[in-house]
Ligand binder design. Structure first.
Ligand code: AMP
Ligand code: MG
Length: 424
C-alpha cells in the first residue's frame, strides 16, 4: 500500500477503506438465534416464506359475509356466526344467505364480500342492507384475500438486511421462530494517551478524563458490536505494538483513538506500519484530520481504524468512517451487486437544508459542523472546537460545508440527522 503524505478526501478515503476490506476480509460466520434476539443483527441468509400471509381469506371488518350477487336482495337470512380463530364452515353459503363475521374471521365458502355491521339492520336473523348502496358491495369488498401480503415461496428478506422490530414482526408472520444472522463483530478498542485517567479517579496536574472510551464503547455496543476493551495504552512504541499485536489476534476490527499525529509521543501510526500495513492517514476534513486506516496481522488480516484523540473529532470520525466500515464488516448489504452500490447503501442519506449562517472564506477541508435546525435553518454550535463534546450533545446532526466552498445565508447544505447514522 502507498502511504500518502498529502490529505485524502473523505470520499476517496471511504472508497479505499471499503475496497480494501472487500478484497481482504471475509464475511463473518453465521449462527441461528431465537427471533427475539435478532434485533440489530444482520440476516445471513435470505428468508423464503413457507406459507401464504394471510393463510386464508378473511374479513377486514366486523359485519356479515354474503355473495355480492345477493347485495340487491331486500333481505338475507343469517345462518351462522364465525369469530376470529374459528375454522370456516365446510358447507358453502347458499343464495339469499349471510353469516355473522368478525374481523380476522375466515370467509365461509361461497361468500365473496362482507357488509360492515354499521351498514345493516338485523332482526330475528333477517339482515337488511339498509345503509349501503348495493352497487358498492362488490366481490372482494372488505375481504383480505389469501396471500394478499406474502405468497408462499416469496423471498421476504434478503441476506444483509439489518433486522429491526418491523422485520422481526414480518418473520413472525410467516412462522419463523429463529433467524440465521452473522456473528457479532468483535471490536478491539484502545485509548492512547499518558494524560488519560478513568472517571472515578482524581485528576492529577496535566491529566484529563478518558471520554473516548465511554463514547465509543457504548456507541459500538449500540450498533451491535462486542467490544474488547484494551483500556488506556501508554504513549510508548512497546505498549502500542504489544496491544495492537494482541488485538490483531483477538478482534475482527481494531479502533484506536489518539496517538496518530507525527509528534514524538504519537506511536500508533508507526506501530501499525510495523505489524501490518497503513493505507492512508490525514483526511481533508474538519474535525478529524488525523485518521489512519490499514490492516493488522500478516496472515489473518484485520482492518484497523485510528481515529483522532480529540473527542469532538472522534465523534465525527466514528460516524463518517467507522459507521460504514462496521456496517460492511457486519455483512450489511451483502446482497448488493457491486462494491460501489453496497457502499452507497451503507452511507446515510442527507437532507438538504438552508444554511442559517454565512461563511466567506472557503476551507480546503470538508467541514462537519455540529448543528441544529432552528426555524427551518441550519444553526451551528458556536464553538466547533474538535476537543469538545458539548457541541455533539447540543447538536441534532452534522451539517456539511464542502471543501473549497464559501457559504451564503439560505444556501442548501447536506444535513445528516444523528439518527440517520443509527441504522444506515
Ligand atoms: P492525540 O491525538 O493523542 O494527539 O490527542 C489529541 C487531543 O485529544 C489531546 O488533547 C488529548 O489529550 C485528547 N485526547 C486523546 N485521547 C483522549 C481520550 N480518550 N479522551 C479524551 N481526550 C483525549
Ligand atoms: Mg496522545
Amino acid at each position: 500500500m502507498q502511504i500518502q503524505d498529502e490529505l485524502t478526501s473523505v470520499d476517496d478515503a471511504l472508497r479505499a477503506m471499503i475496497t480494501l476490506v472487500a478484497a481482504q476480509c471475509t464475511n463473518p460466520a453465521q449462527h441461528t438465534v431465537p427471533l427475539l434476539e435478532g434485533r440489530g443483527r444482520v440476516l445471513a441468509v435470505p428468508v423464503h416464506a413457507s406459507i401464504d400471509v394471510p393463510p386464508f381469506a378473511n374479513s377486514a371488518v366486523d359485519g356479515y359475509a354474503l355473495r355480492s350477487a345477493d347485495s340487491s336482495l331486500s333481505s338475507l337470512t343469517v345462518t351462522g356466526r364465525i369469530a376470529a380463530g374459528d375454522a370456516a364452515p365446510a358447507t358453502a353459503l347458499q343464495a339469499g344467505e349471510a353469516m355473522r363475521l368478525f374481523t380476522g374471521a375466515p370467509l365461509p365458502p361461497g361468500a365473496d364480500c362482507v357488509a360492515m355491521q354499521e351498514d345493516v339492520d338485523v332482526e330475528d336473523a333477517v339482515l337488511r342492507l339498509t345503509r349501503v348502496n348495493p352497487a358498492s358491495l362488490r366481490s372482494g369488498s372488505n375481504v383480505r384475500p389469501r396471500a394478499q401480503d406474502i405468497a408462499s415461496g416469496d423471498v421476504v428478506l434478503d441476506a444483509g438486511q439489518l433486522l429491526q422490530p418491523r422485520h422481526l414482526g414480518l418473520l413472525a408472520s410467516i412462522g419463523e421462530h429463529c433467524v440465521t444472522v452473522f456473528e457479532r463483530l468483535n471490536v478491539g478498542l484502545l485509548s492512547t494517551g499518558d494524560e488519560l485517567v478513568e472517571p472515578g479517579w482524581p485528576l492529577q496536574l496535566g491529566q484529563i478524563y478518558n471520554s473516548n472510551r465511554y463514547l465509543l464503547t457504548s456507541w459500538l455496543q449500540s450498533v451491535g458490536c462486542n467490544v474488547i476493551d484494551y483500556g488506556i495504552i501508554a504513549d510508548t512504541p512497546e505498549a502500542s505494538i504489544n496491544c495492537l499485536e494482541r488485538a490483531s489476534r483477538e478482534a475482527d476490527l481494531v479502533i484506536s483513538t489518539g496517538g496518530m499525529s507525527v509528534g514524538e509521543e504519537d506511536h500508533i501510526k508507526t506501530a501499525v506500519e510495523q505489524i501490518g500495513e497503513l493505507g492512508f492517514w490525514k483526511i481533508r476534513m474538519k474535525p478529524g484530520k488525523p485518521l489512519a486506516f490499514g490492516t493488522l496481522g500478516k496472515h489473518r488480516k484485520i482492518p484497523f481504524l485510528g481515529i483522532p484523540g480529540n473527542p469532538g473529532a472522534a465523534f465525527v470520525s466514528s460516524l463518517v468512517f467507522a459507521r460504514p466500515l462496521i456496517s460492511w464488516l457486519q455483512g450489511r448489504g451483502v446482497n448488493e451487486a457491486s462494491t460501489e452500490k453496497r457502499l452507497q447503501m451503507l452511507r446515510p442519506r442527507p437532507e438538504r437544508m438552508p444554511a442559517g449562517f454565512a461563511r466567506d472564506k472557503p476551507s480546503i477541508r470538508r467541514d462537519f459542523l455540529r448543528a441544529r435546525i432552528e426555524d427551518g435553518r441550519i444553526v451551528p454550535f458556536q464553538n466547533q472546537s474538535s476537543g469538545m463534546l458539548m457541541s455533539a450533545c447540543w447538536a441534532e446532526g452534522l451539517a456539511v460545508v464542502p471543501e473549497h466552498e464559501s457559504v451564503s445565508e439560505g444556501q442548501l447544505l447536506d444535513f445528516y440527522r444523528l439518527g440517520s447514522f443509527d441504522d444506515s
